[in-house]
Design a protein around this ligand. Structure first.
Ligand SMILES: Cc1cc2nc3c(=O)[nH]c(=O)nc-3n(C[C@H](O)[C@H](O)[C@H](O)COP(=O)(O)OP(=O)(O)OC[C@H]3O[C@@H](n4cnc5c(N)ncnc54)[C@H](O)[C@@H]3O)c2cc1C
Length: 387
């Protein structure tokens, strides 16, 4: 065994990833950050962010080259989401949910269906969403009630989905529905539904604690009729596809969490170096120094785990359950801790909307809840360990 490689590059991102970070950070600071406060206050879609991301090709960099995309690897997708989330978590849901809404198709769909959907996502003409959750089937998603029945050359969907990110903004929806109620999770299939399909209705939006710029909608399927070839993969494989999707996208939620934590840390560092009490900057008090050190230490650890999870998904490793759940769970817990500490370090100012840290703290909370709550992530991890 030979060690001592002079070009030692373990644990170092390749140059192109660093260049990508520089480009997306620059874009985020110039074209996304200036609107983040208003987007949150008005709970409006971050249209400026969408336009800027599309204009620079960062809206869906994961789409394979074969389907007119950039074919970027999973770590690159995480870097884009992380850097956008550093300034505005709502806007980071544009690239994140474009990936979530198309990953099932990429993993299990036919080439014809991919060709129908993916080029429009890559170009930014369309966005995609992922519709698994229902009002009575959240953590227990396999208990879903939405039905799909084959009728001639069509599938007919009936039921409703809730909490669907970018509902109403997206053109394409990956929808999981029961095709055989006697088979439990093996009786669920996945479909691509288009916003103009007959019987597809977008319901009202939720009023939320954070990510107020990201619309969260109910979807209704009222004899929604779609062509038979819009099924993703074989009948009965939809739940497996939905879970395999999450193996690939939970690290992107981790990236979002790392991004908002880094954003809050950067804000806190600038503030404590400026704010004076007792005749000196508060950065000179050891109680503050230790908080900053702990915050940065946690962000660094979370980032490494997120990139590891993304790289393992990219390499096509099997059994991603533990690492993808661990990366999302650790990073989102870190995001909640770090953003809360950032508010603390701003004192009273941190509790006002004059500074972005209160928004970041509200936005961070969702990363512990969606794509499976952190209790569910711990369940997935434990099952993988104890199997
Ligand atoms: C803003 C937002 C955006 C979302 N976007 C999407 C989307 O785009 N697509 C989509 O399909 N879904 C989406 N979701 C849904 C999200 O994934 C679910 O809310 C989440 O999985 C939890 O389901 P639930 O809300 O029904 O909570 P419940 O399942 O009712 O859970 C309530 C509490 O019980 C705990 N719990 C449940 N079961 C267990 C258990 N076995 N052991 C221990 N604790 C348990 C949970 O951890 C939680 O603390 C979104 C949700 C929100 C709030």
């Amino acid at each position: 065994m030979a060690f001592g490689n002079p070009d030692f590059d373990l644990f170092q991102l390749p140059e192109e990833h660093e260049a990508l970070r520089e480009a997306i950070r620059d874009l985020s600071e110039k074209a996304i950050a200036p609107y983040a406060k208003e987007v949150d206050e008005k709970a409006r879609f971050p249209e400026e962010a969408r336009e800027a991301l599309v204009a620079s090709g960062f809206n869906a960099i994961h789409v394979p080259e074969q389907f007119d995309g950039q074919g970027a690897d999973s770590v690159a997708a995480c870097i884009v989401i992380e850097e956008v989330a550093r300034v505005d978590v709502s806007a980071s849901l544009i690239p994140a949910v474009n990936k979530l809404g198309t990953m099932g198709l990429i993993l299990a769909g036919s080439d014809e269906l991919k060709a129908q959907v993916l080029p429009s996502i890559a170009s930014g003409e369309a966005m995609a969403s992922y519709a698994l959750s229902e009002r009575e089937a959240g953590s227990d998603a396999a208990a879903m009630k939405t039905r799909a029945r084959k009728e001639g050359d069509s599938w007919v969907l009936n039921g409703s989905k809730c909490w669907i990110t970018n509902g109403g903004q997206s053109t394409w929806y990956t929808v999981m529905a029961v095709t055989d109620p006697d088979k439990g999770a093996n009786g669920i299939s996945a479909f691509m539904v288009h916003k103009d399909d007959e019987g597809f209705v977008v319901g009202p939006l939720e009023h939320k604690l954070g990510i107020k710029g990201s619309p969260t909608a109910e979807l209704y399927f009222e004899n929604c009729t779609i062509p038979a070839d819009r099924i993703i993969g074989e009948e009965g494989t939809g739940f497996k596809t939905a879970l395999a999707t999450l193996d690939h996208t939970r690290p992107t939620i981790g990236a979002q969490a790392v991004g908002v934590a880094q954003g809050a840390l950067d804000q806190a560092i600038a503030y404590v170096k400026d704010r004076k009490q007792f005749g000196k900057t508060i950065s000179q008090f050891q109680g503050v120094e230790f908080m900053i050190a702990d915050m940065a230490m946690k962000v660094e650890a979370a980032r490494l785990m997120v990139y590891t999870a993304a790289a393992r998904a990219e390499r096509g490793e099997k059994n991603l359950g533990f690492i993808s759940s661990a990366s999302k769970c650790l990073a989102s817990d870190v995001a909640m801790e770090v953003t809360t500490d950032a508010v603390q370090l701003f004192g009273g100012a941190g509790y006002t909307t004059d500074f972005p840290v209160e928004r970041m703290m509200r936005d961070a909370k969702i990363t512990q809840i969606y794509e499976g709550t952190n209790q569910i992530q711990r369940m997935v991890m434990a099952r993988a360990l104890l199997r």
